[in-house]
Design a protein around this ligand. Structure first.
Ligand SMILES: Cc1ncc(C[n+]2csc(CCOP(=O)(O)OP(=O)(O)O)c2C)c(N)n1
Ligand SMILES: [Mg+2]
Length: 185
């Protein structure tokens, strides 16, 4: 690090008007919409994240979100309203399932004053859930919101579907079954 840091060049802040215009065009063309549940239907994961986002609104600068890898990760990126930098910790390019649990534990240790929430998928969560023992042992109070679709949803949602209609949430292959329960301490 001591050799890399001096190589970082300082650049003048310039206007990013064109870039933001481009982003706004994309937002208009591909809005993050979804079909809300009808009365009596199961709640949609997107609605859960929107609700979490609203609940966090008054203290968002002190909220850190981590995620696993999958559809839930996309929904977190799209439906949580991001207002502050360095508040989303996610495995982007590498796409490492299981990332959400340990990164939430690490973030809570590093920033104990923050509320740290792992928005995780059932399959991703299962990969590193054993680290909850570490959190419990050292009394690290990260929070875990698991979007359990009993499915590795990301694998079957084609990119086109995301672009055209919003992420679907269906199908059923093994991941975390309903009879697995994780209890709050
Ligand atoms: C370690 C690892 N194995 C496999 C994959 C491929 N992969 C990407 S997303 C995904 C499914 C994720 O399922 P889940 O965590 O339940 O999220 P969902 O898509 O259902 O929200 C898989 C298998 C990966 N990215 N990392
Ligand atoms: Mg899943």
């Amino acid at each position: 690090m001591s050799r890399i840091v001096p190589l970082i060049r300082t650049v003048e802040k310039s206007s990013r008007k064109e870039w933001f215009e481009q982003i706004n065009q994309w937002k208009e063309k591909f809005p993050f919409t979804y079909y809300p549940s009808k009365p009596g239907e199961k709640i949609k994961p997107q609605a859960v994240i929107e609700c979490l986002s609203d609940m966090c609104e008054p203290f968002k600068q002190n909220v850190i979100i981590t995620t696993g890898v999958g559809a839930h990760q996309m929904w977190a990126a799209q439906h949580f309203r991001w207002a502050y930098p360095r508040t989303m910790i996610t495995s982007g390019g590498l796409g490492t399932m299981g990332f959400g649990v340990p990164s939430a534990i690490g973030a809570k240790v590093a920033r104990p004053e923050c509320i740290v929430i792992d928005i995780d998928g059932d399959a991703s969560f299962s990969m590193t859930a054993m680290e909850l023992a570490t959190a419990s042992q050292f009394n690290i109070k990260a929070k875990f919101l698991i979007l359990n679709n009993e499915f590795q949803g990301f694998l079957t949602c084609p990119l086109q579907k995301m672009l055209m209609t919003g992420w679907s949430n269906n199908g059923k292959i093994f991941s975390m079954k309903n009879d697995m329960r994780i209890r709050n301490k």
